[in-house]
Design a protein around this ligand. Structure first.
Ligand code: FE2
Length: 164
């Protein structure tokens, strides 16, 4: 199989993370729905749509990487699987607030990967990657901020002396 460059591997990882983000936001949306957290539910649905859009954009760039399409897809799948595994253990018997804690890690990790991809591309200077990062980075920054805000809003409503 074709060898991935450092940059292509990072592209594969952000692709896998965008796929994983759709699963994660859907899972936490289910928790939000159960707790009738409508505002949170709407946020998570929006984030899921944006993650799907990000996946498509990543896929388009991956398709433009000659001969590497399969290797990128396989690496993305591996990344997605790793996050899914972590999510499964973290979100056993979870409430919406646990879901937001998980998302705060996942989204921060996703943002870090995008910043790394952007930094790698300063030397690689691939125009399609530059455009991709430029489009997605602000979105990821918003995701991290929104998850943080929501988690603190839910935490403020919790009774700290209640049994956990
Ligand atoms: Fe995200």
């Amino acid at each position: 199989m074709a060898e991935l460059t450092v940059l292509d591997e990072k592209l594969a990882e952000v692709l896998g993370l965008a796929q994983a983000a759709q699963q994660a936001t859907r899972k936490v949306a289910g928790l939000a729905r159960r707790e009738q957290e409508t505002e949170l539910l709407e946020l998570l649905q929006r984030m899921s749509t944006e993650a799907a859009d990000t996946e498509q954009r990543c896929q388009q760039v991956a398709d433009s990487r000659d001969g590497l399409k399969t290797a990128i897809r396989d690496k993305a799948r591996e990344t997605k699987r790793e996050v899914a595994e972590f999510m499964r253990t973290y979100l056993e018997d979870a409430e919406a607030l646990d879901g937001l804690e998980f998302l705060s890690m996942a989204e921060a990790g996703e943002l870090a990967h995008w910043e790394i991809l952007g930094t790698l591309n300063r030397r690689a200077q691939l125009p399609e990657v530059a455009r991709l990062v430029e489009a997605v980075l602000p979105l990821q920054q918003r995701h991290v901020a929104a998850v943080r805000d929501s988690s603190l809003r839910l935490a403020a409503d919790e009774d700290p002396s209640e049994p956990a």
